[in-house]
Design a protein around this ligand. Structure first.
Ligand code: DOR
Length: 448
């Protein structure tokens, strides 16, 4: 048997709603065979899963890897290393870098930067502004995985707030539109009121009231209305409130024109955590109440939420330690995202098959990613071996993101990411990066 073949034996394969015992052979980067029992041949490398769970890799449709221009916080090499350590085998990266990725040429440049440096597979969004409509009209599904629209201001200066631009954009966008929804004028009014009350010393517990439920709902409902009127393909990113769940319907993904994403930190944390973690968990949209968290989990279970992602957004610890207004929003998450979802599995809140559907199958379907996201013969071998019975502590000292800290510092996760394969190559094994840099460009088709 050729050396490029690997046999994984005694695995519990989690795929398409089922958990089955079996073996899986990888050859030339792809899954060649899945069967109840396969015999190792010749000098074939064998990886005995010893009853551990094997899942398709997490496809993260929302990360900020900070390149170009913000590479003191992270870059494609460092953040993709953290990603594979966390079982993320593909990432889709956002345009709020320096300069912002708002032209097709700038997107192409990002693909060139990632090639040979990314440990996970990659795709890039093009960003909308108030004045790049012609560029957006010309973009093809092969050039970018989607159009990112900041309908609320966040890190970077990319707010699209002209009503006529939004109308034209939703009318003409040739690709899926992915929105950050928070109403900026409402947030600015809330910030002014908080400043009046507290001066610069605003307590973190105010963040969810400043970046309020109403600000989220106004903007998300506007995006949904625009998409309906123009029959656009809309994906609303990082939803955070019970009220916004009214805007989405459950049902099979392939029947939807409007889809919804939730991020791991909004499922794992809630407002009760601000006192302990402070600006470390400052993010936009804000982490809301325990009741909101419960509603997000319910919507995850009944399929009003279609996809789970991270919104991985590294900032340096010094920057995060500033006071409320100065501390930037965003958390490093890729390394521990899957482990945090598995905590929800251990707590009986989310079945394993459902986590795999929202983290792997759904993003592949939603973005038309060829031959990934499932354990299927002929598909790329993007695989994660999970030990659900072996704990792993998370600490700042073991954080792989360039920013060098994690919001999960001190958490003893009940699971371990034993191994991560990207395109058939081991990228992470037994707590170590292997040195392989197997990431490839994703072949997406998120056409309107
Ligand atoms: O908290 C956030 N951080 N939300 C965003 O929308 C952007 C991100 C970042 O890039 O820092």
């Amino acid at each position: 048997m050729a050396e490029d073949s690997l046999l994984i034996t005694n695995a519990r394969l989690v795929n398409e709603g089922h958990v089955t015992d079996g073996d899986l052979r990888v050859r030339n980067g792809r899954i060649e065979t899945i069967a109840p029992s396969l015999a190792a041949a010749g000098s074939e490398t064998v990886l005995d899963a010893a009853g551990r769970h094997l899942v398709p890799g997490f496809i993260d449709d929302q990360v900020h890897f900070r390149e170009p221009g913000l590479t003191h916080k992270g870059d494609m090499a460092t953040e993709s290393a953290a990603a594979v350590a966390g079982g993320i085998t593909s990432f889709m990266e956002m345009p709020n870098v320096k300069p912002p990725t708002t032209t097709r040429a700038a997107v192409a440049e990002k693909y060139a930067r990632a090639a040979g440096r990314a440990r996970a597979n990659f795709a890039f969004y093009i960003g909308a502004t108030n004045d790049n409509l012609d560029e957006l009209r010309a973009v093809t599904p092969a050039e970018a995985c989607g159009i990112k629209v900041f309908m609320g201001a966040s890190t970077g200066n990319m707010l699209v707030d002209k009503a006529e631009v939004l109308e034209q954009l939703f009318a003409d966008a040739p690709l899926l539109i992915a929105t950050h929804c928070e109403d900026t004028p409402m947030i600015q009014a809330n910030e002014a009121a908080a400043r009046q009350k507290y001066g610069d010393d605003v307590p973190m517990s105010e963040h969810r009231l400043i970046r309020s439920e109403q600000a989220c709902f106004r903007s998300s409902s506007m995006a949904v209305d625009l998409a309906r009127r123009h029959d656009a393909r809309l994906h609303v990113l990082h939803l955070t409130t019970a009220r916004e769940m009214e805007l989405f319907r459950s049902g099979p993904l392939d029947t939807k024109r409007i889809t919804a994403e939730v991020c791991v930190h909004h499922l794992y944390f809630c407002a009760d955590d601000y006192e302990r973690l402070g600006t470390r968990i400052k993010c936009n949209p804000a982490i809301k109440t325990a009741a909101d968290r419960q509603s997000l989990l319910a919507a995850f279970r009944d399929d009003r939420i279609d996809v789970v992602a991270t919104d991985h957004a590294p900032h340096l610890a010094d920057e995060k330690a500033e006071s409320y207004f100065k501390a930037p929003a965003g958390l490093p998450l890729v390394q521990h995202a899957l482990q945090s979802l598995l905590e929800l599995y251990h707590d009986g809140l989310l079945p394993l098959e459902l986590i795999v559907r929202k983290a792997s199958h759904a993003p592949a379907q939603l973005f038309g990613i060829a031959d990934r996201g499932f354990l299927r013969e002929g598909y790329w071998a993007d695989l994660v071996l999970l030990d659900l019975d072996r704990p792993t502590p998370a600490t700042d000292a073991t954080a792989l993101s360039k920013c060098g800290w994690t919001p999960f510092d001190g958490v003893n996760f009940r699971s371990t990411i034993t191994a991560t394969l990207v395109n058939g190559q081991l990228a992470w094994q037994d707590g170590q990066l292997t040195g392989a840099i197997p990431g490839q460009r994703l072949n997406c088709n998120a056409a309107r």
